[in-house]
Design a protein around this ligand. Structure first.
Ligand SMILES: Nc1ncnc2c1ncn2[C@@H]1O[C@H](COP(=O)(O)OP(=O)(O)O)[C@@H](O)[C@H]1O
Ligand SMILES: [Mg+2]
Length: 400
């Protein structure tokens, strides 16, 4: 593994990680060219962006604490390296490019000796660029990009002098990084999340996890329910520690030799939030829905309400207990009829039973539960089906 090295002053011998060039721009590659005063200018612009999207040129000497000629010299260096952007409409204004902000965070990490190098991209997600980082053990460096894409869109439309309601993307991305670090610090090590190491501006450093995102993994049939249980247990532990993930998908959990890791927590919500239950249900639905779509032979729909109730009260053990009543009913039917669980067979069998049951209920006005009525329905169904012979096939256990 090759790394673009950072020394404490961020100067030294550098080799840009070649493969990374096509995917995302890795600013570590130009850190060695930057001088202290370039960083003073970048942080001057950063300060100015708290008040305006485009920082007026004539305010920069104050913000950067530098003579105007020095400011101009540094501005040229930084615009040449695409760390800073210039725009002139009603006044000459400057703002940081994401790479300029990345450079400031990297310099801080290098000064603190949090990391000594930046390597290949580990993943480019919807709201973050993640790189491998070198230290005494493998780390991951995540630059948050929240607000940045939307910001670009808004800027195309808008007169850049209307700064009254200005919320900089720097602020949005920094807040997201702070929230993610806070949540990781709260959850680690009770919940299986990446170990948090350090944070600065819009960037966080955490331990690198092993494995591959669940969405890219192909689980063996006998692993499926076990993995789902593991993930749900992490949800229960996180809830117990006060947090709901809030943005859960099969791409925010990794499965590897050493177990699972749930990551990408910037949208985490406290369990005291008024919408907490709704968010928890959405996360669990995403997870269970993914499993039943991808592994239909090992899973089936679950009673999400009681599953979420038990996650809230830390009573969760295994998802097998939450197969919905309708599933339990179906399983009972399959068992007694000797039907094999074949794709399609269930749906056909089920809809026939359902029709018979509803018709019968309408006739008799009874509203007893399908499960307790299982035998009665089966007998009626058997009558209906008699003309077409039901072939008893080998029965395979449904996984839950
Ligand atoms: N600690 C880590 N170790 C290894 N890879 C990681 C780590 N954190 C993130 N990644 C990789 O980067 C990708 C994007 O990270 P994520 O935190 O999900 O950001 P986003 O908000 O952009 O989705 C992940 O899908 C994963 O492949
Ligand atoms: Mg993600």
């Amino acid at each position: 593994m090759r790394f673009t090295r950072l020394d404490r002053q961020t100067q030294g011998a550098f080799h840009l990680w070649e493969d990374s060039q096509d995917m995302v721009r890795n600013v570590a590659g130009i850190m060695s060219e930057l001088e202290d005063k370039d960083f003073y200018l970048l942080s001057g612009i950063e300060q100015g962006m708290r008040f305006a999207e485009w920082v007026r040129h004539n305010k920069l000497p104050d913000y950067a604490d530098m003579a105007p000629e020095e400011v101009d010299y540094r501005l040229n260096r930084c615009t040449d390296r695409e760390l800073v952007q210039r725009k002139t409409i009603q006044y000459e204004g400057y703002q940081l490019e994401v790479e300029g902000y990345d450079a400031l965070a990297l310099r801080t990490f290098a000064e603190r000796e949090t990391i000594t190098g930046v390597g290949a991209p580990l993943g480019v997600g919807k709201e973050g660029d993640v790189f491998e980082a070198e230290s005494y053990r493998p780390f991951a460096l995540k630059f948050h990009r929240e607000g940045y894409t939307q910001f670009r869109e808004v800027m195309k439309e808008r007169d850049y002098t209307s700064d009254r309601d200005h919320i900089s993307w720097l602020y949005t991305a920094r807040k997201a990084a702070e929230r993610e670090l806070e949540v990781l610090e709260d959850l680690y090590p009770d919940v299986s999340v990446p170990r948090p190491i350090d944070g600065n501006r819009h960037a966080i450093v955490m331990e690198k996890f092993d494995g591959v995102e669940l969405g890219r993994a192909a689980l063996e049939p006998d692993q499926v329910v076990g993995v789902l249980d593991l993930i749900l247990r992490e949800f229960a532990d996180a809830y117990d520690a006060g947090w709901i993930h809030g943005d859960f998908s099969e791409y925010n959990v990794a499965v590897g030799e050493s177990g699972i890791t749930v990551f990408d927590w910037p949208q985490a919500t406290s369990v005291d939030h008024p919408n907490a239950r709704e968010l928890l249900e959405r996360d669990i639905e995403n997870l269970v829905g993914y499993f039943s779509r991808k592994y239909p032979n090992q899973t089936s729909s679950a009673n999400l309400r009681s599953l979420c109730d038990d996650i809230e009260t830390a009573d969760f053990d295994t998802v097998r207990e939450y197969a919905s009543e309708w599933n339990q009913f179906l399983r009972a039917c399959l068992r007694v009829t000797g039907f094999v669980r074949l794709e399609g067979e269930i749906t056909v069998g089920l809809s026939r039973l359902w029709c018979v049951e509803s018709a019968e209920r309408e006739k008799t006005g009874s509203d007893c539960s399908p499960i307790t009525d299982c035998w009665w329905i089966l007998n009626t169904a058997a009558d209906c089906w008699r003309p077409s012979p039901v072939v008893p096939l080998e029965y395979h256990e449904v996984s839950w």
